[in-house]
Ligand binder design. Structure first.
Ligand code: AMP
Ligand code: GLY
Length: 417
């Protein structure tokens, strides 16, 4: 579809969106907080600025619509600004409904209030006494969460981040200096999965299920990261899920979209991404995200056969019809600076052999004359498809060997299922 598209964001997820927009006939205009060399090369025009500096978007009034990649500008109301002030239709929810990611307390309330399945036992704490009561109720196996956005870094899980009451209390005290409330949830044990849907506020269209790997090292060891990679299957399901589990997760997402409209009066238009966990045969909501997953976007956009620009247009016009995805396996792996995430080695050159055939997306790198260099964050995402995971993985390994630099990656993406 030949349209002018404004894209907000600059990670590997947005690089994958940018590529799809252009592949599907769109002209790309980009607003980034830091120059992503891949997005810059695909753009007709781009600007660099803090993604909440909405006034910098005025020069893009002539685009047909906007697509917003990350959650921060959505939670700050970028869609409200684009639609109300600049009359640019936007694929990405308005602030009032983006609250489903920006307030974890609101999310737990909404699930309860609208009888949506999958809530985890939780309590809202406003004091250390409340934390003590929560521990009385759930035991020490809890998860402590600030209410707002923390870029994935605010959640503290028993066993990973604290092991005793003192540890929990110290974190709770810290949170109470920043806000007057925080959330305590019972710790759920099980396998996590990502289910992303396109939605125009009424209809939802599921994308293939994806499993991502958040830990830094093989066998799910080491510290949590933004994610080290992800896989999906040709059947669009996951080995540890039954059909009824997938139906439940979809039912949760559909009911959530409906509940958001009832609660706020506003239709949710964009991508809704449910992070779920299966425990003892039951599906639990870990959290909702108001955007594509990173890297899950890379898996599903690689498989998308329908015109992405057309889907975004249908979402904006509340006229979502259908989307089809290829029946192939995908494996996506992040190459990250050595030492990431604790002590990453920055400013090192990455050399990519031009004979590489896998799709390559830049995450957090910068261009220094002709060189691409690392920062302290993830550097490059690579994706491959195959008739099965083994084939995708084998092709991917061939490409990884063509990238040189002070980098490491996980070997077991798509192997440890
Ligand atoms: P969130 O930012 O809410 O996605 O949480 C970050 C990570 O913490 C999740 O991906 C889970 O691995 C873990 N987590 C969050 N909530 C829970 C929970 N109630 N039980 C177990 N693990 C959780
Ligand atoms: N894959 C995790 C996220 O996008 O939040």
């Amino acid at each position: 579809m030949s349209v002018k598209v404004l894209l907000i964001g600059n990670g590997a997820r947005e690089h994958a969106i940018a590529k799809k927009v252009v592949e599907n006939g769109g002209s790309l205009y980009s607003f980034m907080s830091r120059e992503n060399p891949g997005i810059a090369d695909l753009s007709k025009k781009f600007s660099i600025g803090n993604l909440t500096r909405f006034d910098m978007l005025k020069k893009y009034r002539k685009v047909d619509f906007a697509i917003v990649g990350p959650e921060n500008p959505l939670s700050s109301g970028i869609t409200n600004y684009l639609e109300d002030k600049l009359k640019i239709p936007t694929c990405g929810p308005r602030k009032e409904v983006a609250k489903i990611e920006s307030s974890k307390i609101f999310t737990r309330y909404l699930i309860d209030a609208y009888d949506i399945p999958g809530n985890v036992p939780y309590t809202i704490c406003r004091s250390i006494e409340d934390l003590e009561d929560a521990i009385q109720e759930f035991g020490l196996e809890i998860v402590i969460k600030p209410d707002g956005l923390t870029g994935g870094k605010g959640v503290r899980v028993h066993g990973d981040h604290f092991t005793c009451f003192k540890g929990a209390k110290n974190y709770a005290k810290q949170l109470l200096t920043q806000d007057n409330e925080f959330l305590v949830e019972e710790k759920i044990k099980g396998k996590e999965f990502s289910l992303q849907v396109f939605t125009d506020g009424k209809t939802i269209i599921p994308m293939p299920l994806v499993r991502d790997y958040k830990r830094a090292y093989d066998e799910d060891k080491g510290p949590n990261t933004g994610s080290m990679g992800s896989y999906s299957l040709p059947t669009h399901d996951l080995p540890f899920l039954k059909k009824k589990d997938i139906r439940t997760a979809l039912d949760i997402l559909q009911k959530t979209v409906t509940a958001l409209k009832k609660e706020t009066g506003i239709e949710y238009r964009g991508i809704l991404y449910g992070q779920f966990m299966k425990t003892n045969g039951k599906i639990h909501v870990i959290e909702f995200n108001v955007r594509f997953g990173d890297p899950e976007a890379i898996n599903v956009l690689k498989l998308l056969e329908s015109d992405f620009n057309e889907i975004a247009y249908q979402i904006i016009n509340s006229d979502l019809k259908k989307a089809s995805f290829a029946n192939l396996a995908t494996v996506c792996t992040y190459l990250v600076p050595k030492g990431y995430p604790v002590n990453p080695i920055e400013n090192k050159t990455i050399e990519v052999d031009p004979s590489i055939t896998s799709d390559l997306y830049y995450a957090s790198v910068y261009r220094d004359k002709q060189d691409i260099k690392t920062t302290s964050s993830r550097a490059i995402a690579l994706i491959e498809t195959g008739l099965d995971l083994e084939e995708a993985k084998q092709k991917l390994n061939g490409s990884i060997s063509k990238i040189k630099g002070e980098l490491f990656y996980r070997n077991d993406i798509g192997v440890l299922l």
